[in-house]
Structure formats: C-alpha cells, structure tokens
Design a protein around this ligand. Structure first.
Ligand code: TMP
Length: 210
C-alpha cells in the first residue's frame, strides 16, 4: 500500500503521519515512512536547495525539475523497492504537491507537470491520499507557532496568504477530480479526532479489519 498525505503548509500532516505509523507498528505491519522533497540522501540535498530562503531567485522551471529529480530518486531508491518488498509506504507529500504547487506557480505548464509526474513515479500511484484540509489562515497560524519554536522560515512559509488560499483550493479541486483515491479530512478538528477519521478509512485494509 502506498499512502500519501497532502495539504497546505501547517495542515498537520507531520503529526498525523507519525500517528499513522504508530497504528501500523501496533499491528506489526512493516512500513516505510518518508517524505518529499527528501526521503533519500540525494533528495535531502535537493530539499536543501528548494527550501533555502536565500534561493528566492530560483527559476520556476528549475524548481519543477528539482522536484521531479527528487521524486525519481525517491521512487527508484525507496518507494518502489519497499512496495515490491510488501511494505506499506507512507509518504508526506508526493506528486499531487507538484500538480498543485508548481501548477499554481507555473500556471500553464500542466502537460509538462503531468509528464514529469508520470515519468518520475514509475507507475507507483498512491492507493489512498489523505488531504488534510484547513483554511489557509489556520495553516499559517500553525506554521507561525512552529517558526517561533524552530526559529526560521523556509521559502514557502514566507509566501503570502493568497498563495496558500490558492494552494488549498488547488488541492480541493484535485481531490474532487480523483475521488476514488482522495479522502478529505477536516484538519481543524482536534488531533485525536483527525487520527480517528484516518484510522476509520484505513481499517478495512488492516489485516484483521480494524
Ligand atoms: P513540507 O513542509 O510539507 O515538508 O513541504 C515543503 C514544501 O515543498 C511545501 O511548502 C510544499 C513544497 N512542495 C512543492 O512545491 N512541490 C512538491 O512537489 C513537493 C513535494 C513539495
């Protein structure tokens, strides 16, 4: 099973990814938890370039190609071998993020984005994609709290509210387009409640149903 988590910055993905991993561990299910950009040594180096707040001058196409390079490495080195080995893979962001973020930034390069997503993923499509949905203001507030804690903001967190609103609606439109795969979860709910909803969705896939 390949399960991906998506949503705007500050939607609570990281917390829910950890909780999801704990459920699988409890069940004795062998899993790999990973993320994009990143997930491999090469990918983490690419992540460093992409999120570095000094790199505001990065050209949008260069940015798109870096995400695709990160993903190609990630799928080849981590995701595909894990799936072939019968493991569950839980990925914090995947190709939907490119469709939405780079789609919003690049506008008209839809076909190129689709082509790169297809090539980089080698046919590894998510079985379920959780979209943790919350208003952009809520996400930004959560991110601000984290910044205070971590003392630093990356390039994306510096973007304005209207950008994050666009991303939110981009994700909702995508979820509407691929309804079989997406599950939209209201991430303004308390953390436990969100975790319970996620568990309800995956319980039919767990070995003894729940
Ligand atoms: P993260 O904070 O969820 O780890 O994600 C880092 C940033 O990378 C986030 O702001 C979204 C962005 N991103 C893209 O723009 N395109 C992509 O394909 C991916 C995977 C992430």
């Amino acid at each position: 099973m390949l399960i991906t988590f998506e949503g705007i910055d500050g939607c609570g993905k990281s917390t829910q990814v950890s909780r999801f991993e704990a459920i699988l561990r409890e069940r004795g299910i062998s899993s790999v938890v990973t993320r994009e950009p990143g997930g491999t040594k090469i990918g983490e180096a690419i992540r460093g370039i992409l999120l570095n707040s000094d790199n505001t001058h990065i050209v949008p196409l260069a940015e798109l190609f870096l995400y695709a390079a990160d993903r190609a490495q990630h799928v080849g080195e981590v995701i595909r071998p894990a799936l072939e080995g019968g493991k569950w893979v839980i990925c914090d962001r995947y190709f939907d993020a490119t469709t939405v973020y780079q789609g919003a930034i690049l506008g008209h390069h839809e076909e190129l984005i689709e082509l790169l997503n297809r090539e980089a993923t080698l046919g590894c499509e998510p079985d379920i994609t959780f979209l943790l949905d919350c208003p952009a203001e809520v996400g930004l507030k959560r991110r601000a709290k984290r910044e205070m804690r971590d003392k630093g903001r990356d390039r994306f967190e510096r973007k304005a509210l209207d950008f994050h609103i666009k991303i939110r609606y981009g994700y909702l439109a995508l979820a509407n387009k691929y309804r079989d795969r997406f599950r939209i979860i209201d991430s303004t709910l308390p953390e436990d409640h969100v975790a319970r909803k996620i568990r309800e969705v995956i319980s039919p896939y767990l070995p003894d149903n729940g």
